[in-house]
Design a protein around this ligand. Structure first.
Ligand SMILES: Cc1cc2nc3c(=O)[nH]c(=O)nc-3n(C[C@H](O)[C@H](O)[C@H](O)COP(=O)(O)OP(=O)(O)OC[C@H]3O[C@@H](n4cnc5c(N)ncnc54)[C@H](O)[C@@H]3O)c2cc1C
Length: 265
């Protein structure tokens, strides 16, 4: 059986934004704050609320984006190649709706693709557009402990999930980061234990998987969520299903990126 259903965005539409500020938060994370009148039209859903993010390519004098939320991809493909924007997926790190502001934490990785490069270069006033996609996290009211596993690309999602869980929730979050200074503080229920692991020289995801294998997960696991490098996400699921006999219907897993491969478009 497949995992839980996604939770759709509430009234998805294209939201036009403008860069307000950009700061290097830690060795691998750059926070870009965007604002605009349209931010307050978004409905915060908490958890791992994610969106398509459309960016101007170098050499383009303006940002053009598709117009239909439902058929944006064919529209995008129909655009002349020189006019197409870059598109990548990101997560809401923080919303300040009254101020019309939104933070995105971009992982600035080696071999930067267009997303990371855009964040590194983003200047105040640069325009961008997002299309809200809703949530992948869906514990569907399942009772029991929560297990969350990810790398720094999923840190905004994990922070959002921990900040959205009921106060009485219990569980474990395993987060792999490239450097100990990439560790962030975020609100979480007292019963959720956060285990940070440093990648060191290991392959992306291996340190988090090793931590997971050593975890004593209580028998009352209700729901598990894993996101980050492809092999980390699939490895988490495989471990839980094969070694811990967790039912697939209780696991959401998403490869956010793939080592050595660019996101297409
Ligand atoms: C639902 C969802 C939510 C996401 N939220 C976030 C978010 O909030 N913040 C965030 O930073 N990312 C997030 N991601 C991941 C992000 O979309 C990908 O990392 C994306 O590939 C980055 O695009 P890029 O143009 O920088 O690199 P690409 O052009 O896709 O890839 C270029 C090279 O960089 C490598 N690479 C890509 N991402 C990483 C990485 N994180 N670490 C190390 N190497 C990498 C690739 O393996 C490739 O070799 C999310 C993905 C999904 C599906």
């Amino acid at each position: 059986m497949a995992g839980p259903e996604r939770v759709a965005a509430v009234a998805p539409r294209f939201i036009e934004l403008e860069v307000l500020e950009s700061q290097q938060l830690s060795p691998h994370v750059r926070r870009v704050t965007l604002g605009g009148d349209e931010v307050s039209a978004m409905t915060p859903q908490g958890y791992d609320q994610w969106f398509r993010f459309f960016m101007r390519r170098d050499g383009q004098d303006e940002l053009r984006v598709p117009t239909s939320p439902a058929t944006w991809f064919p529209q995008y493909l129909a655009m002349r190649e020189q006019q197409r924007p870059w598109v990548r997926n990101y997560t809401v790190r923080d919303f300040r709706l009254e101020a019309g502001e939104l933070d995105i934490d971009f992982v600035c990785h080696e071999d930067p693709g267009p997303g990371a490069a855009w964040a590194m270069a983003a200047q105040r006033g640069e325009r961008a557009v997002l299309l809200d996609e809703g949530l992948l996290y869906n514990d569907d009211g399942l009772e029991g402990a929560v297990l969350v596993v990810g790398d720094e690309s999923a840190l905004p999602a994990i922070a959002g999930i921990c900040g959205s869980l009921d106060e009485g929730s219990r569980g474990v979050a395993v987060i792999e980061v490239g450097h100990r200074d990439d560790i962030q503080r975020f609100d979480r229920p007292a019963g959720v234990d956060v285990r940070w692991v440093e990648r060191g020289a290991a392959r992306a995801g291996d340190s988090a998987l090793e931590e997971l294998r050593g975890l004593s997960i209580d028998a009352g696991l209700g729901y598990a969520y894993s996101a980050g490098e492809q092999r980390l996400a699939t490895g988490t699921r495989r471990h839980l299903v094969r070694e811990r006999a967790v039912d697939k219907s209780r696991i959401t897993f998403t490869g956010y990126w793939k080592l050595g491969a660019s996101y297409v478009s």
